[in-house]
Design a protein around this ligand. Structure first.
Ligand code: G
Ligand code: G
Ligand code: G
Ligand code: MN
Ligand code: NA
Length: 254
């Protein structure tokens, strides 16, 4: 059983870290960025998966502090990578939880603070949110997203296509990227229904001039299918697992 006090202590003792999963352009096969994924290196348990501590962090509100930390750490990482990549800068994607949008937490200021602290350009940062955040229709969320987009940050919908069927928000809110959920990608190309669904998602995204990112790409066949379907970018074990900072740096210099 995971306890709030344990997680709180872990955060205070700086036991959180980020791993970076590389993201590739399907057409050029070039590295274009990474998704930052939180890990908890707990002395007794070892590496704890976010699946087991993010829900607790969200329930207790600790996610707000943790999320601000992740923004600072991510902006610092991408700024350091891009120091030597003036011609083709990488972009980093950071996951946000709904609680970070709550009134009083000043998400927009937290993001601006993270950019400023590491001289990170806003166009190097993408923020991943879930459909459920948009479907609750809150005016505060809309205003925060508008402010972030106006700064030049892009907004991505994570796990797109799972659970909800409303699409109207795509025209009302500043969303630039759709991330096609792993559950569809993993069925490619043999499951005809998943294949058609992926094509439909790509079609929706492209007609709204959005960037498409496939998650959980594990085989060359899946990558080929996605490229031909018109998907721009991909991440997954085929291209690379989430890597610790030193390993990601090594990937960059190789
Ligand atoms: O890396 P892994 O597959 O174990 O991540 C599991 C889930 O945890 C991801 O789907 C992601 O949405 C969530 N997650 C990972 N890092 C963060 C983070 O920094 N903030 C939030 N809110 N969620 C995260
Ligand atoms: O290729 P197309 O014109 O359909 O692109 C649609 C949208 O997707 C555009 O807004 C464009 O900026 C974005 N896009 C196209 N290719 C890429 C890419 O390789 N990376 C990213 N991040 N966005 C892309
Ligand atoms: O933000 P999100 O919940 O989508 O996080 C992505 C999760 O998927 C992370 O936990 C990451 O470790 C995991 N993941 C990334 N690539 C692959 C993959 O190719 N296959 C599988 N099964 N999981 C993946
Ligand atoms: Mn994500
Ligand atoms: Na996802």
């Amino acid at each position: 059983l995971m306890l709030e006090s344990e997680l709180r202590r872990g955060v205070e003792r700086q036991e959180l870290l980020l791993h970076y999963q590389p993201k590739f352009d399907l057409a050029t096969q070039k590295l274009v960025g990474a998704e930052a994924l939180m890990r908890w290196c707990q002395p007794q348990r070892g590496m704890v998966s976010p699946m087991s501590f993010i829900p607790l962090a969200e329930e207790t509100g600790l996610i707000v502090r943790m999320g601000t930390w992740a923004l600072h750490e991510s902006c610092h990482a991408v700024a350091s990578w891009n120091r030597e990549r003036a011609a083709d800068p990488l972009k980093i994607a950071v996951n946000l939880s709904a609680r970070q949008f709550a009134e009083g937490h000043n998400l927009v200021e937290a993001v601006q603070g993270a950019l400023t602290a590491s001289a990170c350009k806003p166009e190097w940062l993408e923020l991943e949110i879930t459909e459920s955040l948009l479907l609750d229709g809150s005016e505060g969320v809309r205003q925060s997203l508008e402010a972030l987009a106006a700064m030049g940050i892009t907004i991505a919908i994570d796990d797109f296509g799972t659970g909800y069927s409303a699409l109207g928000y795509l025209t009302r809110l500043p969303v630039q990227t759709l991330k096609i959920d792993r559950s569809f990608v993993s069925e490619l190309p043999h499951n005809g229904k998943s294949a058609e669904l992926v094509k439909a998602i790509v079609s929706v995204g492209r007609s709204l001039n959005m960037a498409l990112v496939a998650e959980g790409v594990e085989t060359a066949e899946q990558a080929e299918y996605l490229k031909n379907a018109g998907c721009h970018l991909a991440q997954g074990y085929l291209f690379g697992r989430p890597l610790e900072m030193a390993a990601f740096d090594k990937l960059l210099s190789s």
